[in-house]
Design a protein around this ligand. Sequence first.
Ligand SMILES: [Zn+2]
Length: 399
Amino acid sequence: MGVGTNTTYFVSSHYEIVESYTGTQVNKYYGVYPEPSRRAGSQRIAMRTNGTLNFLLGDHLGSTSLTTDATGTVVSELRYKAWGETRYASGTTSTKYQYTGQYSYAADFGLHFYNARWYDSSLSRFAQADSIIPAGIQGLDRYAYTNNAPINYVDPSGHTSVCVGPNADPECFRPDPWQSSSSTNYMFTWLPVDAENIQWIQPYGNSVEAWNIASYNGHNYCGYAQCLHAGIDLGAAAGTPVYAGVYGTWWGSCSKDCSYPPGWVTILTIDGYIVRYGHIKPVGAIKGPITPDTIIGYIADQGGNSHVHVEVSKNGKYYNPTVLMSPKVRGQYLNHVVENDFHEIPEYPSLWDSPLDQPIIDSHGNPVWSILGICKDKGKGDVTIEGVKYEDRHLGVDC
Ligand SMILES: [Zn+2]
């Protein structure tokens, strides 16, 4: 051990012995443990160094930001950039448990210790690939840190991104709603069109517009689905910015002879969904992570009908975007739902009472799930709707 060198022996993550030429220092940490469902690692709230007590005050990620003495006087301050680089430092912070509460060797060799791996805050990436290959962005880029969303996630183990919202805000919590009846999915954490720019909407499901179009186009899923529209339309003036709304990566775009003229953009979300924005002018390919506030295009001029079509699919199935919105975004969206837009056909007593109740459908319009569970398909047959006979149509579902 050379002069000026510290050797740290870890007895546990809450107890360490630091040896240096000035003597041996013993640090003991005192922590609190959040409830398991929101666990972001235990947060250290105080430490005792050779008998002297300091309080450690953190941010929502569990980072050490302020250190005070036992009387509450600030003795040091550390602030961080989004990806963990030091933004501001004053005084000497007595603990090395710093950004997101992980042990920092940034001053020594530039890395942070995340148990399974080392993290490089100057590159915003892990220094080693994950030995476990998870779904989403972490599986596509095994060096990625916290789904490229460091404001909303921490990774205490080095293997698993854990959601932590400001003030316990569950905005970034998104278990798959179709796996568990008690969970809710929060994929859209940003409205694709600013609320003040929305002029009208057409909901996912049995909208008047879908009914009108499907009737004369003879879409074969008019019967059971009351003419389902497999997306939502947000009407706004031409030139209005369209935001990604989700965390993900650029997946594709079209700007010539497109199926959603004049163009569309698709994003692969960190949950493995494909989000498509149609009837827009794409900004072009976006390299690197896409965050909810990334502008991916602008609403194209469609005469008096300018809008963006928002569609979510996964494995060939279309999902109701409404149930994938965070409570805040859903509230902004549902504010614009007009009662009359929600079309009900007398021959088909309402299967769904609100835009939230609409099912997942496959690419032929067949029901797959409802939010209540698996739907039982009634098969096909002839149906008469509002005096018009349709042959060989889906007869509906019991959900
Ligand atoms: Zn549409």
